[in-house]
Design a binder for this molecule. Structure first.
Ligand code: HEC
Ligand code: HEC
Length: 331
């Protein structure tokens, strides 16, 4: 009996290995590796009228207020504590307080943590992940894990998570896909496009437009923008987000305004540290170099491409390099 089971398991393993080799040999095209299910529903709206009464509801409401008016509560002059190093709000990137599809949406997050994170090379709780954004894009110091503010963020994330079903994926939970041009993204072309499409709100020097304790239009670089260690500083990541969300008054995920190439060029310009210095913080990220996102521009790299190519592309050769090793490039 034991023998038969062992044989069966053995046969299964051989079959499984054959499937892996077979699919890898057929995997030179990324779309073969990751088919898009056609029936993915769009993320539902989180109905703010449905926030429950009582103590938990109070925390959900405060969490939502923190997402929207982060600088007011916990900014450099925050009324609840001085944690952030700049006056941006979480909702500047996680639009509609983390509920807008294709805008670094946070509705699925609560159920997906603790989670292994390659950037830190360890398993993080959702609270620790919140602090990554407090310290990096907001250039601040971490919220104490038992603070009222952290509990409010987590309560809010649990509440927005209650509108989705855990065992399925949604349209809008991840970024919009972009196709990669054969040429590298160009900060020079990006500069002209930026002046044409972005400067009217974010200013010709990317400084944004301040208003009281925060901004009407947040800064894109300079001492009060996000840090180089932020995911927004990665050219592919930002380009995907820009495609669905900017210019603010023109783009929607259903009808993007920028072409993929324009979004990459603009992201290259915004994130070019040689023209746009940012708060200089040394983050020792990705302890395992083979887990690095391909658009993360600090070496050492596990592949043969230069730091410049990791930053600006062309990205397709990097993606193919990893696929030829039967591995999916992360970005
Ligand atoms: C400059 C833009 C920016 C700002 C401001 C920002 N974030 Fe983020 N945040 C990101 C990006 C980019 C990611 C990664 C998204 C991805 O990989 O698709 C992220 C990821 C997260 C995640 C993890 C989501 C997941 O499911 O893995 C959480 C939670 C989060 N942010 C919370 C916050 C909170 C709370 C604030 C305000 C204190 C904030 N963020 C401010 C850009 C920003
Ligand atoms: C009509 C004004 C307007 C235009 C034009 C515009 N933006 Fe924005 N942008 C905003 C607003 C408002 C936000 C904050 C969104 C929110 O809080 O919901 C924002 C947020 C951002 C953010 C995330 C927060 C930050 O400061 O890092 C980036 C990046 C960004 N815009 C880039 C661009 C780029 C690049 C362009 C040109 C393609 C552009 N925007 C055009 C109004 C604009």
């Amino acid at each position: 009996m034991i023998k038969t089971n062992a044989l069966r398991i053995g046969a299964f393993l051989i079959a499984a290995a054959a499937v892996i080799i077979w699919s890898c040999n057929n995997g030179s095209n990324a779309s073969v590796l990751a088919p898009m299910p056609a029936d993915k529903p769009l993320l539902p709206r989180a109905d703010t009228n449905a926030i429950p009464a009582g103590k938990y509801g109070e925390m959900v409401r405060y969490g939502r207020a923190l997402m929207m008016n982060t600088a007011y509560y916990i900014g450099p002059e925050g009324v609840s504590g001085k944690y952030l190093g700049n006056r941006m709000n979480c909702t500047n990137c996680h639009q509609d307080a983390g509920t807008k599809p294709f805008s670094f949406n946070l509705m699925l997050s609560h159920a997906q943590y603790p989670q292994y994170r390659a950037r830190e090379g360890k398993v993080l709780t959702l609270a620790e992940r919140v602090n990554n954004c407090v310290t990096r894009p907001h250039n601040g110091k971490p919220l104490p894990l038992d603070s009222r503010e952290m509990v409010a963020f987590l309560s809010y994330f649990r509440w927005i998570n209650s509108f989705v079903t855990q065992d399925r994926s949604y349209k809008g939970g991840h970024n919009l896909d972009i196709t990669f041009p054969a040429v590298a993204a160009s900060p020079e072309r990006g500069k002209a496009l930026y002046q044409q499409h972005c400067a009217r709100c974010h200013g010709p020097e990317g400084a944004g437009q301040a208003s009281g304790l925060t901004y009407v239009y947040p800064p894109l670089w300079g001492p009060y923008g996000y840090q180089p260690g932020s995911s927004m500083h990665r050219v592919i990541k930002q380009a995907q987000w820009l495609k669905a969300n900017m210019p603010y008054d023109k783009a929607t995920w259903e009808k993007p305004f920028l072409t993929d190439e324009e979004a990459l060029d603009i992201a290259a310009y915004v994130n070019d540290d040689s023209i746009h210095p940012r708060p200089d913080v040394k983050n020792y990220d990705y302890p395992y170099k083979e887990e690095k996102a391909i658009d993360y521009d600090k070496g050492p790299f596990a592949d043969t491409f230069s730091a410049r190519q990791h930053k600006y592309g062309p990205f397709q050769p990097i993606i193919s390099y990893w696929e030829n090793k039967c591995l999916k490039a992360v970005y």
